[in-house]
Design a binder for this molecule. Sequence first.
Ligand code: NAD
Ligand code: UDX
Length: 463
Amino acid sequence: MKITKICCIGAGYVGGPTMAVIAQKCPHIQVTVVDLNEQRIADWNNPDPEKIPIYEPGLSEIVAEARGRNLFFSTDVDNAIDEAQMIFISVNTPTKTYGKGKGMAADLKYIELCARQIARVAKQNKIVVEKSTLPVRTAEAIKSILDNTGNGVQFQILSNPEFLAEGTAVTDLLNPDRILIGGDTTPEGEEAINSLVEVYANWVSKNQILTTNVWSSELSKLTANAFLAQRISSINAMSELCEKTGADVNEVAKAIGMDSRIGPKFLKASVGFGGSCFQKDILNLVYIAKSYGLDEVSDYWEQVIIMNDHQKRRFSNKIVQTLYNTVADKKIAFLGWAFKKDTNDTRESAAIYVADDLINEQAKISVYDPKVSKNKMLSDMDYLETRTKEENLKSLNVFENAYEACKDAHAIAILTEWDEFTTYDWKKIYDSMHKPAFIFDGRNILDAKQLESIGFVYNGIGS
Ligand code: NAD
Ligand code: UDX
């Protein structure tokens, strides 16, 4: 089937950028992105494309080009489902916070709601594409809901996981390492797979489009995230050993990364990985393995999370220890709150947990992040439910620039690797601080020697 109308349910970090790029590269396809969240849709429709709800380099330009031409954002979910031949489900699948599998399993309630809505509305055959990251065998549940509650029309379910990373979403979408499409091995399944292959083939070479069965595709996404996160936990584990032995983790990473079997990427030691995906997807993998009775498999992957939690806690402990075992009433400046540079996303950002630990020690945190709003930071803290909103307001001050945030601080902690931090006048910052002035570089982006020559007491990760 030649696709001319696509609907995407979920206008978030994946749905928004992915559909913007499909619309840009396929002007002959009408792409409608729908969401229950009215504010989010209003923000996507903001006449000023610079004010769209997600910050990603290059995204506002693509939205400016395609929006109103063949890219639409709407809250009318039923109508978009009805019109489309192909429906992407790109809703959130967070870790369950209740019931069976609490704290581990993926919460599939939003997925089920989408399936039920598609079943109710569809009057013609549809291809339903799982874009969200899902536990292996979810397609079976979606198919059962569609077939049992639908209007007798035929559905094909495809799995097409998204591999973009935030901060580089547009380049990742324009030049993907691969596109993965899983579908049924029946003739109807293969026809559906081909329809989606043809959409991507508008800009991706066919030999980078990999087709598999549905279960391999679903499981490959969890596996990819587990492998990537495992590399970070592995290098972070070595960073602690480096600190004890006089080895330098950056040198170790360089040395091992030059082995072509290991490769240089994802070996940057840090305060710990954040983001909406790694922890959630590994916990989900751990839960799935456990539910099949594979205890060794689940314990193996769980260690990646245990190491990551340890790394965040280790960072805050180090700040307290270095500041003479007390940070009570001391001002600690945070540069960066986002979970990585070039995004305004803060989900699972290490900054949140480090701030929480330090506020428990009665420190005063002053934060500057180039893209994260004060309200977002405060709501991240409130979400932890460690203390009241009023207490968080008193303990966390947000500044419009780094110089203000660092003034009179006892220490600076770098939590995000924003490029602009490397361009600052560090002498000026040093002069405005309490002495001794400490700096804890949780991203190893600053020049230790230069900072020490100014007078800073420098602490990086793994050296
Ligand atoms: P998100 O929270 O930014 O967006 C999800 C959107 O879906 C929200 O705006 C929400 O309002 C909407 N929604 C939920 N239920 C709905 C319904 N029934 N009808 C209409 N709208 C509904 O989430 P995200 O970061 O875009 O992630 C979406 C999925 O993609 C997740 O499964 C995630 O694991 C996966 N994923 C995310 C990334 C990433 O970098 N963020 C990368 C790859 C895969
Ligand atoms: C990740 C996957 O990379 C992507 O393929 C998937 O689709 C979604 O999840 P994302 O979480 O957006 O993407 O960003 P990523 O670049 O993977 O970084 C995740 C976290 O790991 C960040 O906090 C980052 O700072 C940290 N990180 C990354 C390190 O600490 N060291 C590294 O070497 C790489």
